[in-house]
Design a protein around this ligand. Structure first.
Ligand code: KIV
Ligand code: ZN
Length: 518
């Protein structure tokens, strides 16, 4: 019962960074970024990638469709409400997939049925049967979720789960949609279902826990111990409100505490750091320094007592190695004398597999950086390459920037941009150099987008560190996040703003039937 391929302790990792994660306000990603993340999730060994909610927008449809085309190993999943139109759209988007899954859901809690759906429980019950059996016309891999499952009447939950399995669902996912459960309770819910539903052995039971009380990972682990064999999670715990259960925390907890929670996953944990950085950089959602597993301080030992212990024996203060999550001590130190070959090897060491032109351009920027900065760290190269890759096809390109600032004012920015191949230069002033720079951009590319976020973070230590700037713009309910890096914070700011504008232009070109979220 609830085993995968007859391996009783195998856990499937279902990643929903691209769907539930992207639903987080301000975390929207463009197609290229989603494909990059999907490729890395596949490389990591994620079993199921939920790539989007195809009915929600043309962008979501395209993303699911493209991910389904390029990813070969993982199962690709598309979300659908219980309506036939949703299910057909998901099935269409998933057509190119080698292995596809339709994930259909409907709310089952009294609150949701009464106020959100305005449906009677018996109507919901019938919708479960109709939607699952309809989805089975398109694929034999159908997942069903009772939204707000943890606040659903237990008898009704058991009836709907049994009916969903009878209609053909092969995975039953139990969401703690509002992050209300506590571990003992959530574990009991999973074991209760497994005990009570007569045909439960025909499906894999899954958890989907939100983090409103900071318990998403603990609840997911309680679910596993109670018999769940799939966990839904996101990189960095990205997701609506307080987010979803963090993939890296679940996987590393299972790996590190085999003595107490002896379950295995297919995840190559050495990809974790790279995935975390990629998701953070694409969304502009910084990872808190003390975040478990992927925070900048997760493996840093600063106090004298700890350092002394570490030097005597690493296990005194380290329960897992930095290498196990892909934080390795670099073998190649880069500087201004490093050549093209060493740079290419370094890129491979950092997990990049770029084409010749991209390597060429990244190498040119690396040389520029090495001239300005004594030590070039791995983090510098990651920031530089991520910056380069995203700007390849931009219609608006940063040219140059000269800023006059300081206590005497007025602060002015003279900026040049290349727009569709034509060069423009203006001088603008503002309340400070950043404002002056952004005003100059607005003068060249007039627009009505609102600035929602302006965030600067130093890529490494030292006053010569590169600044990585994130800029979030909002226009008519659509948000985009741009980023830019440079040793000059104002140049990085201009690059980030320009990058966000390019994404906005790209978004405007795609029509959306209206925002829908799960
Ligand atoms: O949180 C939730 O209930 C969901 C469902 C769509 C599975 O995301
Ligand atoms: Zn969710």
């Amino acid at each position: 019962m609830n085993t995968i391929n007859n391996v009783p302790n195998q856990i499937f990792i279902f990643d929903t960074t691209l769907r539930d994660g992207e639903q987080s306000p301000g975390a929207s990603m463009n197609l290229e970024e989603k494909l990059g993340i999907a490729e890395l999730l596949e490389e990591m060994g994620v079993d199921v990638i939920e790539a989007g909610f195809p009915i929600a927008s043309n962008g979501d449809f395209e993303a699911v469709n493209e991910v389904a085309r390029i990813v070969k190993e993982s199962v690709i999943c598309g979300l659908a409400r219980s309506a036939r139109g949703d299910i057909e759209r998901a099935a269409d988007a998933l057509k190119p997939a080698r292995r596809s899954r339709i994930h259909t859901f409907i709310s089952t809690s009294p609150l949701h049925m009464k106020y959100k759906l305005r449906m009677e429980p018996e109507e919901v019950f019938q919708a479960v049967i109709d939607s699952v059996s309809y989805a089975r016309n398109f694929t034999d891999d159908v997942e069903w979720s009772p939204e707000d499952g943890s606040r659903t009447d237990f008898d009704f939950l058991c009836r709907t789960v049994e009916a969903a399995i009878k209609a053909g669902a092969t995975t039953i996912n139990i969401p703690d949609t509002v992050g209300y459960s506590v571990p003992k309770e959530f574990g009991a819910l999973i074991s209760g279902l497994i005990d009570r539903v007569p045909n439960i052995d025909k499906a894999i039971v899954s958890t989907h826990c939100h983090n409103d009380l900071g318990l998403a990972v603990a609840n997911s682990l309680a679910g596993i111990v109670s018999g769940a064999r799939q966990v839904e999670c996101t990189i960095n715990g990205l997701g609506e409100r307080a987010g979803n259960a963090a993939l890296e925390e679940i996987v590393m907890a299972l790996r590190t505490r085999q003595d107490k929670i002896p379950y295995i996953t297919n995840i190559d944990t050495t990809c974790i750091t790279r995935a975390s950085r990629m998701v953070s950089s694409v969304t502009g959602f910084a990872v808190q320094p003390n975040k478990a597993i992927v925070g900048a301080n997760a493996f840093a030992h600063e106090s004298g007592i700890h350092q002394d212990g570490m030097l005597k024996h690493a296990e005194t203060y380290e329960i897992m190695t930095p290498e196990s999550v892909g934080l390795s001590q670099s073998k190649l130190i880069m500087g201004k004398h490093s050549g093209r070959h060493a740079f290419r090897v370094k890129l491979e060491e950092l997990g990049y597999n770029l084409g010749d032109n991209a390597v060429q351009e990244a190498f040119r920027r690396f040389k520029e950086l090495a001239d300005k900065k004594k030590d070039v760290y791995d983090e510098d190269i990651v920031a530089l390459v991520d910056d380069e890759v995203q700007r390849n096809n931009d219609a608006i390109q940063f040219g140059s920037l000269r800023v006059v600032c300081g206590s005497e004012g007025p602060q002015t920015a003279t900026l040049s941009l290349l727009v569709d191949g034509l060069s423009y230069e203006v001088t603008s002033d503002g309340d400070g150099p950043v404002d002056a720079t952004f005003n100059a951009i607005k003068e060249i590319v007039p627009h009505f987008a609102n600035l929602q976020l302006y965030q600067v973070h130093a890529v490494t230590e030292g006053t010569d560190a590169q600044a990585e700037v994130s800029v979030r713009l909002e226009e008519k309910g659509k948000t985009v996040t741009g980023r830019g890096t440079d040793t000059d914070t104002l140049v990085a700011s201009a690059r980030a703003y320009v990058n966000a504008l390019n994404k906005l232009v790209e978004k405007r070109n795609k029509t959306a039937p209206g925002a829908i979220s799960a």
